[in-house]
Design a protein around this ligand. Structure first.
Ligand code: ADP
Length: 485
């Protein structure tokens, strides 16, 4: 039997993306179609999303959705159904999905994403004639109130709709002052530690975790880590209390988008059997970043420049990286202090370090295709996608042993090298010393061409497509729809 799932996300590639959530929400429909699950994605009507829709008629109208008129529009994302919440007062504004151009969060994010979640709950419960759903899949805090609206609905006779709350990053919890609670339109009973209340605030992610039928996160290791205070960031108690309902399902990658044998953005396509052509991408990357040729490894970074990603630590070891003969090409944006630190390092080491501040999808492909190794010293990493793109493109990941990085990279320790299974380099902690050692280990391995090629090829042969993860989500959907009612 075909299952119909409403996937509720605040971003989805290729329409709107600030990070990995968009890749995952964008890839789920195709991954699940192969499992007999029909996924409809629901997104807020940001300008970029509305522009992609073109002219379309409203499927449903809310005269006042948390106080503002809104309509539901229909479109397509790839071959799959898309629903868009068109609420101009909330979403049709210049800037990013969550804040203005300077990165300052919008003051009304609580209302924007409560309205989005309220609308999604209405749709999941069959507000639109002819569109019914067996389950709703809520992603991150922006959709965290969906299970709350389903549970504390004003429509007491409505059949329960099973829901899943997926945590893509526990650091972003959507906690707002208690004064907003009366504005949300939830029953009084929702203001409870078993409902939306979290340490005296309204916790959107917390509400989803409390009230969804199941909680998933994006790697098995992170699913374990968030049971601790360090990674659970205040919500570890719920993870522990609901541990029977917590699942870690690794993200996959979109192998159509990330296919080195057929990637139009590259100087030269290549594959595991045609690895020699890869060097043309390296030469092109050196030119693009103004780097002088060298014998040591060309490291790359494609990342948000934030504390989570360990970018402050990396900025502190760049002299070491250059000192051992390495070079660096970095693409990223984020904290202004870190941006400045990398720009200063580039100025200190002309021809050895090149930096692009910004967001550039095509350049991220060229970096993965031309770099020798990608540096990912994250302090925590729910899944991480850039190491998976690196593996697929022969750009060896150098990662911290945490979350999805621990689950997807096999460290080149003596045993793994002897067994011929290594795919990257791991470090045990994100400190200057550990990162410098990992960089040195990488350079030593790089200096052994046969060993290095083996590591590259192991990574390229590893399967991180959506097959297994799509099947895991489908199995969970089926389990939850069977057990309800
Ligand atoms: P997170 O979602 O925490 O930022 P992930 O590794 O899960 O980290 O996903 C990041 C995604 O965003 C990847 O697809 C990566 O290639 C992309 N990305 C990050 N920074 C940039 C950038 N400056 N330009 C282009 N793509 C970027």
């Amino acid at each position: 039997m075909t299952l119909r799932v409403l996937s509720v996300a605040s971003e989805a590639a290729p329409l709107i993306k600030t990070g990995g959530l968009a890749d995952v929400a964008g890839a789920l429909p195709a991954a699940l179609a192969r499992q007999g699950v029909e996924v409809t994605t629901m997104l807020p009507g940001y300008p970029a999303v509305l522009a992609a829709l073109g002219k379309t008629r409203a499927l449903y109208k809310w005269p006042a959705l948390l106080g503002t008129p809104a309509r539901l529009l229909a479109g397509k994302i790839g071959d799959h159904d898309l629903l868009v919440l068109d609420a101009p007062a909330l979403f049709d504004r210049a800037g990013g999905p969550y804040g203005d151009a300077s990165g300052q969060d919008w003051d009304d994010n609580w209302r924007r994403f409560a309205a989005f979640s309220r609308a999604a709950a209405d749709v999941a419960r069959g507000a639109v004639k002819g569109r019914t759903f067996d389950l709703v899949h809520a992603h991150d805090w922006q959709a965290g109130l969906v299970p709350a609206y389903l549970r504390y609905s004003d429509d007491a006779d409505a059949a329960p709709v099973p829901s899943i709350m997926t945590i893509h990053n526990m650091a972003f919890q959507g906690a707002f002052p208690p004064e907003i609670f009366p504005e949300l339109g939830l029953a009084e009973a929702a203001w409870h530690v078993d409902g939306v209340e979290a340490y005296g605030q309204v916790g959107y992610l917390k509400a989803g975790m409390q009230l969804a039928y199941a909680i998933t996160t994006v790697s098995p290791t992170y699913a374990g880590e968030i049971r601790s205070a360090e990674f659970g960031m205040g919500l570890e108690g719920i993870v522990q209390a609901r541990s029977g309902c917590v699942h870690g399902i690794l993200n996959g990658i979109d192998t159509a988008d990330w296919n080195s044998a057929n990637d139009p953005t590259l100087a030269a396509t290549f594959s595991v059997s045609r690895l020699a052509s890869r060097v043309r991408n390296k030469r092109a990357l050196e030119r693009e970043f103004g780097l002088a040729p060298g014998d040591g490894p060309l490291f790359i970074v494609v990342s948000r420049l934030t504390w989570q990603k360990g970018m402050d630590v990396l900025a502190g070891v760049l002299d070491h990286l250059v000192g051992i003969g390495g070079r660096l090409a970095l693409l990223g944006s984020g904290d202004s202090e870190m941006e400045e630190a990398f720009l200063a390092a580039a100025a200190r080491h002309p021809g050895r370090i090149g930096v692009r501040i910004g967001y550039d999808e095509a350049l991220s492909h060229r970096l993965q295709a031309g770099g020798d190794a990608i540096l990912i010293p994250s302090r925590f990493e729910p899944c991480g996608l850039t190491q998976l793109y690196g593996l697929a493109y022969g750009c060896v990941p150098v990662v911290s042993r945490t979350g999805g990085l621990a689950d997807t990279v096999i460290d080149a320790n003596p045993a793994a090298l002897a067994a011929g299974v290594a795919t990257g380099i791991q470090m045990n902690a994100v400190t200057d010393t550990m990162l410098a050692m990992a960089i040195s280990r990488t350079a030593n391995l790089y200096a052994q061409p046969a060993e290095w090629r083996r590591i590259q090829k192991n990574g390229m042969r590893a399967d991180f497509s959506w097959g297994a993860s799509g099947a895991a989500y489908a199995a969970l959907y089926r389990q939850l729809t069977r057990t309800q009612g």
